[in-house]
Write a protein that binds this ligand. Structure first.
Ligand code: FAD
Ligand code: A2P
Length: 375
């Protein structure tokens, strides 16, 4: 009896010890878990550069390497996580050498628009980029306060393989900003600097930046492009990726969808990359459609200047048939001022199909199918 009571009492006496040990294990585990969460939160994502895509085996082919014996931990990758950004920043820009700088305009055109190519081959880390991104340019000289000029962004007009297909250049399409103020012609700082630079000159480059205007991976996506002026820059890169034979050999991306470019320019002589676009049309009649709005040579139904939004309205039915297909992406680039006009045209065009554009547009945006870069 006595010994039974002693055993029970002894057992009971151990309960606080067991609780203490259990509490110690629990707090230690919690502290570690918290530390891990904090570390994960504060760890900065590393800027990771994307190598120009190498030709890979066809999708149906079995992988050549043996499957690992133990299952690798699952890594949840953020969308476009492998797209390079900010390899070069304003404090330490890359000094690229100008390879060429030539006018894209024909006789009788308005203003000045140049195609400019920079050599990137000596950049270390290598300044790579993908179609739809932009780079920053830091013009030489100082502003009115004696400070170095701030960088300006420019949409990249070349594919990741560059105009020479060697994967070590980047090209821009730049309009010189010019306006009148108090009877004086003012020239934009950076756009004038860029239009004036010569082959061999060194230019401070930052970036690349931007994930808004990336092309989808799907080869059967449809790509609708609405561009005014230099807004053609990213579209030129997309169209080269889709239709330029040497580029296609390199990129292993066999575009099978429909590409439709709406292009706005003041005069025919201002149409940019026209010969290339005509060649793509001739060689890809089933996959490429090209609609021009030449504002100062053509009139809309109201007798006003023909803008791309007027062309959108003319094609409302066909365009919205495409938009209703979830494989269709729409890209808008160029003058900020065109946005309200495009919205108005899309509203009317949607109405004709019994659709509500103010509801549809956010849905397209959420689905990553509505891409806008205006300036
Ligand atoms: P600045 O010397 O900076 O002058 C611009 C300033 O002049 C304006 O801020 C405004 O204050 C004033 N101004 C402008 N117009 C008038 C006017 N009519 N009346 C009175 N004041 C005025 N440009 C291209 O050419 N090609 C591209 O591909 C391209 N891509 C871009 C991509 C992005 C993402 C962004 C944001 C911009 C892009 N731009 C592009 C525009 C470019 O970044 C510059 O803004 C443009 O070249 C003008 O820069 P600037 O230094 O020549 O002009
Ligand atoms: P316009 O200047 O005749 O009014 P660029 O950059 O080479 O000047 O080309 C821009 C094109 O976009 C021009 O044809 C210009 O017409 C046109 N444009 C100007 N404002 C708008 C607008 N609000 N919406 C659509 N297009 C516009």
């Amino acid at each position: 009896m006595y010994s039974q009571a002693k055993v029970i009492a002894g057992g009971l006496a151990h309960i606080p010890v067991v609780i203490a040990v259990f509490y110690f294990i629990l707090t230690t585990f919690n502290k570690r878990a918290l530390k891990f969460v904090e570390e994960t939160k504060t760890k900065k994502p590393e800027a990771k550069a994307v190598e120009p895509k190498k030709a890979t085996a066809s999708k149906t082919e079995a992988p050549k390497t043996e499957a690992p014996k133990t299952e690798a931990p699952k890594v949840v990758k953020k969308k476009h996580a492998d797209v390079p950004v900010n390899i070069y920043r304003p404090k330490t820009p890359y000094e690229g050498t100008v390879i060429e700088n030539y006018s894209l305009l024909k006789e009788g055109a308005i203003g000045r628009v140049n195609h400019i190519t920079f050599d990137l081959k000596d950049s270390d880390p290598f300044l790579n980029y993908v179609e739809g991104q932009s780079i920053g340019i830091m013009p030489a000289g100082e502003d009115a306060n004696g400070k170095p000029h701030k960088l300006r962004l420019y949409s990249i007009a070349s594919t990741r393989h560059g105009d020479n297909f060697n994967g070590n250049t980047v090209s821009l399409c730049v309009r010189q900003l010019q306006y009148e103020k108090d009877g004086e012609t003012i020239n934009g700082v950076c756009s004038t600097y860029l239009c004036d630079i010569k082959p061999g000159d060194k230019v401070k480059i930052t970036g690349p930046v931007g994930k808004e205007m990336l092309l989808p991976d799907e080869e059967d996506a449809n790509i609708v492009m609405l561009a005014t002026g230099t807004g053609i820059a990213p579209m030129r890169a997309y169209l080269r990726r889709m239709f330029e034979p040497t580029e296609k050999e390199k990129n292993n991306w066999n575009f099978k969808g429909k590409a439709w470019l709406f292009m706005g320019a003041p005069k025919s002589a201002n149409l940019l990359y026209e010969e290339d676009l005509q060649r793509y049309l001739t060689n890809n009649p089933d996959n490429f459609k090209y609609t021009k709005a030449i504002s100062r040579e053509q009139q809309n139904t109201k007798g006003g200047r023909m803008y791309i939004q007027d062309r959108v309205l003319e094609s409302a039915n066909e365009l919205f048939n495409m938009i209703e297909d979830e494989k269709t992406h729409i890209y808008l680039c160029g003058l900020k001022g065109m946005e309200p006009g495009i919205d108005e045209a899309m509203t009317k065009a949607a109405e004709e199909k019994g659709l509500n554009w103010s509801e549809l547009r956010p849905q397209l945006k959420k689905a990553g199918r509505w891409h806008v870069e205006t300036y």
